[in-house]
Design a protein around this ligand. Structure first.
Ligand code: HAM
Length: 425
């Protein structure tokens, strides 16, 4: 029978790479602890309506990339393509806006699903680490969220980072920009793809991030949002930039940065890194004042970002950074002959209870093969137990680095190993 293959655009994370993932997830948790963001876990699937309303029905994500299905009860559900809509849904449903500790600062790590054309850095299932700060309209929160993302990348070891920021302004500024975009594109809209044509009056901003018409000359001359910002929006953006200057975060302003989701206004940003294939965007985020209301809550402003763990790892590889590998074992018990088996097992369990990582052979291997197995696990010590040791109630402890070997009484084994391992650290 033909073996069944993994679905296109997904990956098995095998034991050789999971240590890297664990390292990155730990760094994400740690940076969120420092910035006082708490973890939230929402369902992997949600009502399809949530993303239609949250992400926007003229976006590529909603029009082309969602994994939607009907469940047996006839409800339309969708595997989440991103995390913000779910977090805001929960914020509204759980009435988090009523709690005194505003802004509500949350983070999440988990799989997202988009039906995209797979390539290096673009998958159909990918894992996002994201944060959302909901409830405060304060440029200091924008700067905090951006600095959290930048610090995270620095902490995992990335150095080639470029922060790009922009402002999409408030509702009024966006309306004026919208009119200008329609006037700009309308005379030649026939030269654009059918998606862009249908977006012209619904949501002309989306034309600017169309992948198909990316190189059309009118894209380059399109009116820039920055020329349409009203005083309030301009001021807000100036404050965000000045705070970034103060905390020493460098950035480039790019007025063409519009992002692919509909909920954004005011600050938007992306972080680029060393490129892998044709992709270099590692992280994207921005402000989404109005989304909480759109999803049925009271007016509460919000800002956040998301980044994929896959792209963070690809950027580390592109920079040639050493990545954490499988952790070495503290000890491997090599037992020789049936009578030693019971004692070997009890030593193994005692050591594990005392906090050592230890293993033994379960395949009836000869001694030489057991030593090889210990090597494969990069075991720092090998504990040899033969009939002679059994009789004398000792175990031979071999330091695999120095080759030194010493007989240690069973009762002294834990203290002996503790001392040796501490010395080796
Ligand atoms: P996004 O720009 O759609 O924003 O995605 C954010 C990040 O997720 C991207 O920069 C990229 O690292 C990663 N990503 C997206 N699609 C893929 C894919 N197919 N394969 C691998 N990685 C991918 C959002 O998702 C917003 N929810 C971010 C946000 C949070 N804005 C405010 N709060």
């Amino acid at each position: 029978m033909n073996p069944i293959q993994i679905p296109r655009g997904t990956q098995d994370l095998l034991p050789q790479v999971t240590p890297i993932w664990q390292f990155i997830e730990k760094q994400a948790q740690e940076i969120c602890r420092l910035y006082n963001y708490q973890e939230i876990r929402t369902p992997i699937f949600e009502s399809t309506d949530l993303f239609l309303r949250g992400v926007g029905d003229t976006t590529d994500i909603v029009q082309k990339e969602m994994y939607s299905f009907e469940d047996r009860g006839g409800r339309s559900l969708t595997l989440r393509p991103e995390g913000t809509a779910s977090v805001v849904r929960s914020y509204v449903q759980e009435k988090m806006y009523g709690q005194p500790n505003q802004p509500t600062k949350l983070y999440y790590i988990g799989p997202m699903f988009r039906y995209e054309r797979p390539q290096a850095g673009r998958y159909r299932q990918f894992f996002q680490f994201g944060v959302e700060a909901i409830g405060a309209l304060n440029p200091a929160v924008d700067a905090e969220v951006i600095s959290l993302a930048m610090s995270f990348y620095k902490n995992i070891g990335l150095t080639e980072l470029k922060l790009v920021i922009n402002s999409l302004g408030d509702k009024e500024s966006r309306l004026r920009h919208r009119e200008a975009l329609i006037n700009h594109f309308e005379p030649s809209i026939g030269e654009f793809c059918s998606d862009c044509q249908s977006r012209l009056h619904k949501n002309p901003l989306r034309i600017l991030d169309c992948k198909q018409d990316h190189d059309h000359p009118l894209m380059k001359t399109a009116p820039s949002i920055l020329e349409f910002l009203n005083e309030e929006s301009k001021n807000y953006f100036e404050q965000v930039k000045s705070l970034l200057d103060q905390i020493g975060i460098q950035y480039v302003v790019d007025p063409t940065l519009v992002r692919g989701l509909d909920y954004y206004n005011h600050t938007t940003f992306e972080i680029m890194g060393a490129s892998f294939g044709s992709i270099s965007t590692l992280c994207g985020g921005g402000r989404y004042n109005g989304l909480v209301q759109e999803l049925g809550g009271p007016e509460s402003p919000g800002i956040g970002f998301a980044l994929s763990i896959e792209r963070a790892i690809l950027a580390l590889e592109a920079e040639g950074k050493a990545l954490p590998g499988v952790q070495a074992l503290d000890a491997f018990v090599v037992s020789m002959g049936e009578p030693t088996e019971e004692k070997a097992l009890s030593i193994l369990y005692r050591l594990r209870q005392a906090g050592f990582s230890v293993d033994k052979d379960y395949m009836d291997r000869k001694m030489k093969a057991q030593m090889k197995q210990a090597d494969r696990f990069q075991s720092r010590f090998v504990l040899l137990l033969g009939e002679e040791e059994l009789e004398k109630q000792v175990i031979n402890v071999k330091n695999m680095e120095t080759g030194e070997q010493e007989a240690v009484n069973w009762d002294d084994l834990i203290t002996y190993l503790e001392r040796q391992l501490r010395r080796n650290q």
